[in-house]
Design a protein around this ligand. Structure first.
Ligand code: GRF
Length: 221
């Protein structure tokens, strides 16, 4: 096996739905010289659309359904056990729609990364595109960040921004944001896998080499 193969970082990706961010990461991993591979895709529900796509690519998949567990702690313990079978270097939340317990988050401290569809700290939680339209902001976007026990909060690795346009609906705006999600997420994961991302003592992120960490939308994209 070539040296580069040996040194690839292992990713476990968690999804809940269609998995377009997971697909963007999987496609990036196929690029020559990419420093990471997807060890498994695990869903929070058996009907998550992205599972079928991942399985068709030959990626190991699993699904855990929260209704099969007596408590949030029991679900998170089972999820961690499943993840740890694959010995990942990083656990990537790509549209994973469950709040995780502090025990779970702390187990993966510094190795757990999320993408959120807003320019954090604005609009944590659900329905971010509707929130953006309701408040009248002229710019919206996405944030890739380390996960801490506080929901949609944590040191920011990269952001993507898009304009809010006349006539936008939540769906139109979501599609525009998704285009920058698919740029920002693979870039941030690549920096992580290359070992270039460090946390500063004041809980911010440094990326060695100072790459541009803001991704922007253009009409042609
Ligand atoms: C994305 O907008 C992501 O930011 C959010 O949920 C959505 C998931 O989309 N957390 P997909 O499943 O990756 O297509």
């Amino acid at each position: 096996m070539p040296e580069t193969q040996l040194s690839k970082r292992r990713l476990v990706i968690l999804i809940s739905g269609r998995g377009s961010n997971m697909q963007a990461l999987a496609e990036a991993c196929r690029n020559e010289g990419w420093p990471a591979d997807i060890a498994a895709v695990i869903a929070s529900r058996p009907d998550a659309g992205g599972l079928e796509w991942a399985a068709a690519q030959g990626i190991p998949t699993a699904a855990l359904y929260h209704k099969d567990y007596a408590s949030r702690d029991a679900f998170d313990a089972a999820l961690a056990a499943e993840i740890d079978r694959y010995a990942p270097d990083y656990v990537i939340l790509a549209g994973f729609m469950r709040v995780l317990t502090p025990g779970f988050v702390n187990h993966y401290a510094g190795r757990l990364v999320n993408i959120h569809p807003s320019l954090l700290p604005a609009f944590p939680g659900l329905h971010t595109h509707a929130q953006a339209l309701a408040t009248g902001v002229r710019v919206h976007g996405c944030t890739v960040h380390f996960v801490t026990p506080v929901l949609d909060h944590g040191p920011i690795i990269a952001q993507g921004c898009v304009p809010v346009l006349a006539g936008d609906t939540p769906d139109l705006l979501a599609n525009r944001v998704l285009a920058v999600e698919h740029q920002a997420f693979p870039a941030a994961v690549r920096w992580l896998a290359e070992g270039r991302v460090t946390l500063t003592t004041d809980h911010r992120v440094d990326v060695q080499g100072d790459p541009a960490r803001l991704f922007t939308w253009s009409p042609a994209a």
